[in-house]
Design a protein around this ligand. Structure first.
Ligand SMILES: Nc1ncnc2c1ncn2[C@@H]1O[C@H](COP(=O)(O)OP(=O)(O)OP(=O)(O)O)[C@@H](O)[C@H]1O
Ligand SMILES: Nc1nc2c(c(=O)[nH]1)N=C(CO)CN2
Length: 164
């Protein structure tokens, strides 16, 4: 049985735009993960973590997958590692971060995986690209566009065009 999942990608080190494009290609480089929708890329101010970090590029994608939730997490982490992600500080700079935002309607809390992602509902860097990609999307029953409009970090968000 296949399930629709929403994944959020972020990068604030290195060739950010190239990293996001390559990561999307890697995510769907298996027949078990198929790309359905891709959001615009946004440039965002870092939320949390140490001061003085570079801005992020963020985007979301919707995939259809035959992987179980923890298999999808392992797949996302393998793509992160391929892009040399080194995680030193919580919410610190990283070449690539991939979070699972939703996995169908599944609600779960495990030490390795919480669904929906517990911090997504307050993050404009996830919600705004998601709402642009899918204006009918809801999270925990609330329209994602409405959550995006209320998110505190939305002033630090702007559309990003390659070459900027
Ligand atoms: N929905 C989820 N998507 C991705 N990872 C998750 C999720 N729920 C729990 N985790 C766990 O969170 C751990 C830490 O993830 P990560 O290093 O990406 O955190 P972070 O990006 O610094 O912060 P945040 O979780 O606030 O986005 C992962 O190893 C994973 O096991
Ligand atoms: N703007 C922005 N800020 C963040 C991001 C991110 O992707 N974009 N990811 C974080 C941890 O996942 C913490 N802070």
């Amino acid at each position: 049985m296949s399930v629709r999942a929403v994944l959020a990608l972020g990068s604030n080190l290195g060739e950010r735009s190239d990293t996001l494009s390559l990561a999307v290609a890697d995510l769907v480089d298996t027949p078990q993960v198929r790309l359905r929708e891709v959001s615009p890329v946004v440039q965002t101010k870092p939320v949390g973590g140490p001061a003085g970090q570079p801005d992020y590029l963020n985007m979301v994608v919707e995939v259809e997958t035959d992987l179980a939730p923890l298999e999808l997490l392992a797949h996302c982490q393998a793509v992160e590692h391929k892009h040399h992600r080194v995680r030193e500080v919580r919410w610190g700079p990283r070449t690539l971060d991939i979070d699972i935002i939703t996995y169908g309607d599944l609600v779960m809390e495990d030490e390795r995986l919480t669904l929906p992602h517990p911090r997504a509902a307050g993050r404009a860097f996830v919600l705004q690209p998601w709402a642009w990609m899918d204006p009918s999307a809801t999270l925990n029953g609330v329209p994602v566009g409405q959550l995006a409009a209320a998110a505190a970090d939305r002033d630090g968000l702007e559309p990003f065009e390659p070459g900027d």
